[in-house]
Ligand binder design. Structure first.
Ligand code: ADP
Ligand code: ADP
Length: 227
């Protein structure tokens, strides 16, 4: 668990070009669920990717816990990202997909088994551990993708439109589950979506972006019930 401090952060992709993210300040509390919402091109995924370390920061600082992470590699940032396209390894079983990152880090086998079993139970995918991803439904695949993030026991989850490949009904049930899981694990989360209803249902606080700047920030009630 950790707070995240986004401090006067900007992003310019092309020299002399427009700011994709323009001097943004957000202080995210330990255990808080923040949703970045706004129209396509407003800078949501750029901001998320800068927190993840997948994109360089043009100005400002980002801290995770008490560490400034500007120059820290993604693997050393103590975060786990959940993508919309699942990013599962097709040739590996669900178990190996869940275990892979831990194995790479040299986590002892017994510890891996415990963590995979815990995550599989939480996500109700225990029955599918021997299957390959192609033998799973979209919802089950998304659970495995979430499992890969959970087993890392990161300080923060970063969600990049994780439900946008699912059908409408599944989206609704999965977003309820994501919220329940996050409450249970109390892991700080930043969640990107363009779906306002999803944003409202999930967020402790919403950040509405437009043109790279913060248009509104507050609880769902504060943002959507403005007089
Ligand atoms: P969102 O996630 O809200 O759709 P993005 O963060 O993807 O928005 O994009 C913000 C702005 O930055 C847009 O104007 C987009 O065209 C631009 N942009 C995003 N990625 C790149 C890139 N790799 N190179 C140049 N411009 C980019
Ligand atoms: P794995 O590729 O399974 O994660 P590692 O833990 O060794 O194996 O990580 C390799 C690289 O992939 C690192 O940069 C790591 O941060 C990144 N990575 C893998 N899975 C995630 C994830 N869920 N979220 C964020 N980064 C990840």
């Amino acid at each position: 668990m950790a707070s995240i401090d986004i401090n006067q952060v900007s992003k310019i992709y092309d020299k002399g070009g427009a700011k994709a993210v323009d001097n943004i300040d957000i202080k995210i509390n330990d255990g808080e669920f923040i949703v970045l919402v706004g129209p396509s091109g407003c800078g949501k995924s750029t901001l998320l990717r800068m927190v993840a370390g997948l994109e360089g920061i043009s100005a400002g600082t980002i801290s995770i816990g008490d560490r400034v992470v500007n120059d820290i590699e993604p693997a050393d940032r103590d975060i786990a990202m959940v993508f919309q396209n699942y990013a599962l390894y097709p040739h590996m079983t669900v178990y190996d997909n869940l275990a892979y990152g831990l194995k790479n880090r040299g986590t002892p086998k017994g510890e891996i088994e415990v963590r995979v079993a815990e995550a599989a139970k939480m996500l109700e995918i225990e029955k599918y551990l021997d299957r390959k991803p192609r033998a799973l439904s979209g919802g089950q695949r998304q659970r495995v993708a979430m499992g890969r993030a959970i087993v890392r026991k990161p300080a923060a989850f970063l969600f990049d439109e994780p439900l946008s490949n699912l059908d409408a009904k599944l989206r609704v049930s999965m977003r309820g589950e994501i919220r329940k899981l996050q409450r249970r694990l109390k892991t700080t989360a930043i969640y990107v979506t363009h779906d306002q209803l999803e944003a409202m249902t999930l967020a402790d606080r919403l950040v509405v972006l437009n043109g790279g700047v913060i248009e509104q920030i507050g609880t769902p009630l504060e943002v959507y019930h403005k007089p």
